[in-house]
Design a protein around this ligand. Sequence first.
Ligand code: SF4
Length: 252
Amino acid sequence: MLLIRTLYADMYTEELITLSKAIDIQMESAAEEIKALLAYPDEELISIIKEVGFKCDLCARCCTQEFNDHVFLLDEDLKAIRETDPDAIEPAPYYELCDQHGNFYVSGYALKTQKDGSCIFLHDKRCTIYDRRPFICRLYPYMLHLEADEKGNIGWRQISGLDLHGCYHDDISDEECKTLAREIKNYEHAFLEQKVAFLEKARQHFEKNKLKHVQGVYDREMRKFNKGGKIKVFVFYSGAFEESSVGNNISL
Ligand code: SF4
């Protein structure tokens, strides 16, 4: 469920590179991950789902910020959520870029949370939009994405919060395992494609408007934001940027 880190933050360690080069690197990496994802054997994912046999015990921990940070929304999710409650969304955290004027850019929306950090749609430990919940909520705790372990080795991660919640070794039918595996791959593919489309749009937008990513401005504006100030965030949705004003976790 976690989004890419700020585009430049990890890349300034070795050398100063142009925004276009940073975008190329991110796009190549996403394209490689898509290739690897599609090549990942279905049987392996199916057998992991079968072996884990996750069963929800309604603890609702997965619906909290403390446990899962945020619920990132694919474009398809957003349409359904807006129809349900247009005020339930906000720009996803960890904005990727910030231009010289202090405007941030991010690849999508996330669900808002309540004051206690639980999802805006969680009440009495139940999801109030269960039949319309976002894709990631339907697939959780399964996933299939590359990430680094404690030693920095990159590998596949297929399950979140193993042994931290829920029940295990439930009997999941072969058919259900197959369906889950297919949907997990579809979700991860769509997530990466949304990221690639965002990067391409950001490149065009920055070039056309003679913008630069400035890490110093990013840090300064985030400091203001963390003290309660407002920031402007351009959120990527359906091939374009939507402007949003965000102040201390409240979308205005
Ligand atoms: S949408 Fe529903 S399932 Fe998803 S995090 Fe919110 S309460 Fe939980």
